[in-house]
Design a protein. Structure first.
Lengths: 334, 215
């Protein structure tokens, strides 16, 4: 019996040691080449906009791989890997370490088109309302409602939307200012747009990478916006955008192309129409890049390079007494 | 528990807090793993004896993992289902003290009363290993479609991966009634199949069980 007892007690440690055989080798390493290969390959197989942006990723590899060398510092390696990612010209692409974050800076592709203090001093006045993420007031002799929406924080709700839209229900039109809105929670997009449609509306399509090839995507799936069962705004709406309007801001701008009562005005948006996906490198740094494509109603992915305005207007920095973009919107609503 | 047939059904919940520090980069995660299981074991009479009971059978186990790792941005919350049909074998050795014995530990003398005790080792090997996990890019797009779904873009894979588990149980029966206490060391290890983003996990748990009205 003692023998059997010892056998039973001995089998378990043997089984547990099988873990080492069962599991794959830990990828953790600080080796520059291994980390470079891992990151390049992840992008190569999963990034969604190589063809739209006409990026030769193999050529990028050749260029940046040559910058690796034995014994390079963490900072040097970061600059090589971050520089490689910057070639994707996409602010949904970042390399993140505890000492630096790489970015492209799409807003610098166009001029600055928004001066917040000028709007507060010359249009909104000090008595403007702040309802959740919305800053708003009557402008132009109380004939127009102006709503500043600086980001998509995920806190848009029925209470703040009801209050804003009810307040301006008798205006000639509404100006939604999304300039320099860098995006955020996608859920806010549909909560806002549902207040500006009267019937279920197809706004765009979306598809996601499902294989390593450049054109390995899922079927394009339709995106619909349904009308909110409550307060909606039915008069004309002008949405102001610029190069700083990014990600969720660009998604909203893209959707307006299918909504006849909304005019997009200002500068081309920054794009950012791919859902960013996160991962971790063998050396512990993390990264993200786009893995989906948002498509127009004719199933083009070109708006990743920016959603063009219906009316192009630029801010004149030689005249800081007025906002030309806002003035043009007011004119359009008169 | 029965000498001829052993049926077990139940649920388990394990919660683990994990940290990883590599290259001066610290990451932490929480893993919550609920599981449901049903097991049937039958005595192999030809190779069993009064002292050593050997049973064989199977177990169906559905394990879910919810993983929270804020460093992974849009993938900060991950979850998957790991359903497995195991082939199982269990050996139970009767290590009961049949008569009272006088014993000594260091300077202390004491009387060890007769008692029913069992030592058992159970081994489960996955026969049908499957997983219900994220698709190719480890993310879904349903919330971009204004149609959020919980298992967005998930794929069910059967005969994929490997799983093995075991438990070492020491059962001490009450002298007064049919109740018992059981202390177990439980080990469960699994990996998903395919070549992409394999999921591997091992759990080691110390389990304390109260058994009522045993046969």
């Amino acid at each position: 019996m003692m023998m059997k007892k010892h056998i039973i007690l001995a089998v378990l440690p043997i089984l547990i040691s099988c873990e080492k055989v069962l599991f794959e080798e830990d990828l953790a390493t600080t080796d520059p080449k291994a980390n470079f290969e891992y990151l390049w390959n992840e992008c190569n197989e999963k990034y969604s906009y190589f063809e739209v942006k006409q990026i030769d990723w193999d050529a990028v590899k050749t260029e940046y791989e040559a910058k690796l060398f034995e014994g390079m510092t963490q900072d040097s390696l970061f600059n090589v890997l971050g520089g490689m990612l910057t070639e994707l010209r996409d602010d949904h692409v970042n390399l993140i370490s505890n000492f630096n974050v790489s970015f492209f800076g799409v807003e610098f592709l166009g001029q600055d088109n928004f001066y917040g203090r000028l709007i507060e001093e010359n249009y909104l006045n000090r008595d403007y309302y702040i309802s959740g993420p919305f800053g708003h007031n009557f402008i132009s002799n109380d004939e127009i409602g102006y709503v500043r929406f600086a980001s998509f924080p995920g806190t848009v709700d029925d209470t703040n939307l009801d209050f804003v839209l009810d307040r301006y229900k008798d205006t000639k039109g509404l100006i939604l200012d999304l300039r320099e809105n860098g995006g955020g929670a996608v859920s806010d997009i549909f909560k806002i747009l549902s207040r500006f449609v009267e019937e279920k509306t197809l706004t765009n399509y979306s598809r996601i990478k499902n294989g390593p090839g450049r054109n390995d995507f899922s079927e394009a799936e339709p995106v619909y916006v349904s009308p909110h069962n409550g307060i909606r705004y039915t008069n004309k709406v002008i949405m102001l955008v610029d190069r700083g309007t990014y990600s969720a801001g660009s998604f909203t701008a893209l959707a307006t192309k299918a909504l006849p009562n909304i005019i997009l005005m200002g500068d081309t948006t920054g794009g950012g129409l791919g859902l960013p996906n996160g991962g971790q490198l063998p050396n512990g740094w993390t990264y993200r890049f786009s893995i989906t494509q948002a498509l127009t109603l004719d199933k083009s992915a070109e708006f990743e390079n920016g959603v063009p305005p219906d009316i192009r207007v630029l801010f004149d920095w030689n005249d800081l007494t007025k906002d030309e973009v806002l003035e043009r919107a007011i004119l359009e609503l008169q | 528990m029965d000498k001829e047939r052993e049926t077990e059904r139940g649920s388990a919940l394990s919660i683990g807090f994990f940290g990883n520090n590599f290259n001066d980069h610290f990451s932490q995660s929480i893993v919550i793993s609920p599981s449901l299981y049903y097991s049937e074991l039958y005595k192999l009479k030809k190779i069993s004896s009064e002292k050593f009971n050997i049973k064989a059978g199977g177990m169906i186990n559905l394990t879910a993992n919810v993983r929270i790792n804020p460093d992974l941005n849009n993938n900060a919350v991950g979850y998957e289902l790991i359903p497995t049909l195991f082939g199982s074998a269990k050996g139970t050795l009767d290590v009961s003290r049949k008569v009272d014995k006088d014993k000594k530990f260091l300077f202390f003398r004491y009387r060890a009363l007769k008692r029913t005790k069992k030592l058992a080792l159970r081994l489960n090997v996955g026969l049908i290993n499957s997983s219900y996990r994220n698709g190719y890019v480890y993310s879904g797009q349903s919330f971009l479609l204004n149609d959020s779904r919980l298992f967005d873009g998930y794929e069910f894979k059967v005969f994929s991966g490997f799983r093995m588990s075991s438990s070492l149980d020491y059962t001490l029966h009450s002298r007064k009634n049919k109740n018992a206490v059981q202390i177990s060391y439980v080990w469960d290890a699994y990996k998903t199949g395919g070549n992409l983003d394999k999921f591997e996990m091992a759990q080691h748990a110390l389990r304390f069980t109260l058994l009522f009205n045993t046969k």
